[in-house]
Write a protein that binds this ligand. Structure first.
Ligand SMILES: [Zn+2]
Length: 498
């Protein structure tokens, strides 16, 4: 048993809105006691000074994609549908080493920016492998960050999933996208089963989950197959639901009702279930999620970047949906900064109307990015708070940084002022993963060299995929907005098409 004591810091209690001087005693990876400054510590306890530091619980990213990190900044004006069409170009021809590298790069960025755990929907073409998932998991374990790693899967290609899209393509492109057809459901489900059965990582650090990517990209049998695996192995289930208006309209066309209503019919909603985005959820959908104890990973940055819209987090909270906050992948965010995600969650609620009583408070945004996200990851009661019994995942902010001068209000400044530049040290499970602004677990210079080499190799390998994307843009880029132009009523009971 080992002890560490963090001395001289100011400890944030988000729920209470207070920050008070206190010492934190840690036993192994868990917070044992929050004591008065100078309190006794067991013999041999390692002392770490937190003088002039604000200590806040590690931020938790409820939705990201490890494979996206090598693709940051590759595009500008793309919708979700253009991003999906760009996938072979921006994520094609990845080696096993690239899977590790891309994930590790994101993990390093997240810990440097005060994030200690994430929910990663990880993609491999054409289907997930135990080896690829283990590489992603190992990347987090090597950085010392916590993660839930979920293979992101489907059994229909994007072109099969969007009504009329295939017919809108000229024959040569129809043939090319025909090559993007996915393996049959049974092959992918059995690959996931193999990965879940052989999972060798400590689940407190890196835990698996299952992510049927978008409901109508999956047959019903595939969705229920994923849900059955999640139940059997007691892991989370995560899906992009009601993200874009194209998705919302397609849901009604394909199912005759919303995607969420359909998922409820399939019996897959529950406390282990997370909706990513939920921009186009109607109030009935939110009630379905709330009544089932499900979560929404709110990604305000990605939702604006892809033109998906502004999610109504207040209406979700009113219907008892557990709200987490995420960045989404770096291929559509394009950073992994949870301070920015919290700030945007606050701003997006405020831009929706003049009734300030419906806006998210900074307290609500900060709780969503900590305890709310923790619950979505399956770590309720273990992560998201600095309190006895919780894991010692603690971020130290420099109170002499301009972000904190003057120090007026801890929660308002955490959400509205802090941008990650005041982060000095980050502890995860009692271990300093960032110490004095440097990652202690990774050779940063070597990482940069490997990323540069991978970028060059992938750019050359994906020349044809880039040409394919450029040929697809005029069709996808006009067909999908056309579909989204359907009259569609949301935010009142029963979304419908006229
Ligand atoms: Zn996503």
């Amino acid at each position: 048993m080992s002890h560490t004591i963090l001395r001289g810091g100011v400890v944030l209690d988000i729920a209470a809105g207070t920050a008070a001087p206190a010492d934190i005693l840690i036993e192994d990876d868990t917070i044992q006691e929050i004591g008065p400054p100078g309190c006794a510590a067991p013999d041999g306890a390692i002392e770490i000074s937190a003088a002039r530091r604000l200590l806040h619980p590690g931020l938790i990213n409820a939705h990201t994609h490890g494979h996206g990190n090598l693709a940051k900044g590759m595009g500008d004006r793309w919708t979700l549908e253009l991003l999906l069409a760009a996938a072979p170009w921006i994520t094609g021809n990845r080696s096993t080493e690239d899977k590790y590298l891309s994930t590790q790069l994101g993990a390093v960025e997240m810990v440097l920016k005060g994030c200690t755990a994430c929910y990663d929907l990880s993609f491999e073409w054409p289907l997930p492998t135990a080896e690829g998932l283990a590489q992603a998991a190992q990347a987090y374990a090597d950085v010392g960050m916590r993660a839930v790693v979920a293979p992101m899967v489907a059994d229909r290609s994007f072109y099969e999933a969007i009504p009329g899209l295939l017919d809108a393509l000229p024959p040569t492109l129809q043939q090319r996208v025909g090559e993007l057809r996915l393996p049959p459901a049974e092959a992918t489900l059995s690959a996931i089963r193999g990965a879940l059965r052989g999972w060798s990582f400590n689940r407190d650090q890196v835990c698996p989950a299952v992510a049927p990517t978008i409901p109508h990209h999956c047959s019903d049998g595939f969705i229920t197959g994923c849900a059955a695996l999640a139940r059997e192995f007691e892991v989370g289930l995560h899906s992009h639901v009601a993200e874009s208006k194209v998705q919302a309209v397609t849901g009604i066309r394909v199912y005759g009702h919303t995607q969420t209503a359909h998922l409820e019919t399939l019996g897959v909603l529950g406390p282990h279930f997370t909706v990513a985005h939920g921009v186009w959820l109607d109030h009935d959908d939110m009630k379905r999620l709330g009544d089932n104890g499900a979560s929404v990973a709110h990604n305000p940055g990605s939702n604006m970047r892809l033109g998906s819209g502004l999610a109504d987090a207040r209406a979700m909270l009113e219907r008892r949906v557990n709200l987490g906050i995420g960045t989404d992948g770096a291929n559509c965010a394009d950073n992994q900064n949870m301070y920015e995600a919290m700030r945007l969650a606050s701003f997006v609620s405020k831009v929706q109307g003049p009734d300030w009583r419906r806006w998210l408070s900074t307290r609500e945004a900060a709780l969503a990015a900590t305890e709310g996200s923790a619950r979505a990851l399956g770590f309720a009661g273990k992560l998201g708070r600095i309190a006895p019994g919780y894991k010692a995942d603690i971020v130290m902010l420099d109170l002499d940084h301009p972000n904190w001068l003057p120090f007026n209000d801890p929660v308002n400044q955490l959400v509205h002022t802090e941008d990650g530049t005041a982060v000095t040290s980050v502890m995860i499970g009692g271990r300093l993963v960032v110490d004095n602004r440097r990652v202690t677990t990774v050779d940063f210079g070597r990482l940069g060299d490997r990323v540069a080499a991978a970028r060059e190799r992938l750019a050359a390998a994906n020349v044809d995929n880039r040409r394919l994307y450029e040929a697809l843009v005029p069709v996808v880029g006009s067909h999908c907005p056309g579909l989204a132009a359907s009259p569609y009523h949301v935010h009142r009971n029963g979304a419908r098409l006229d």
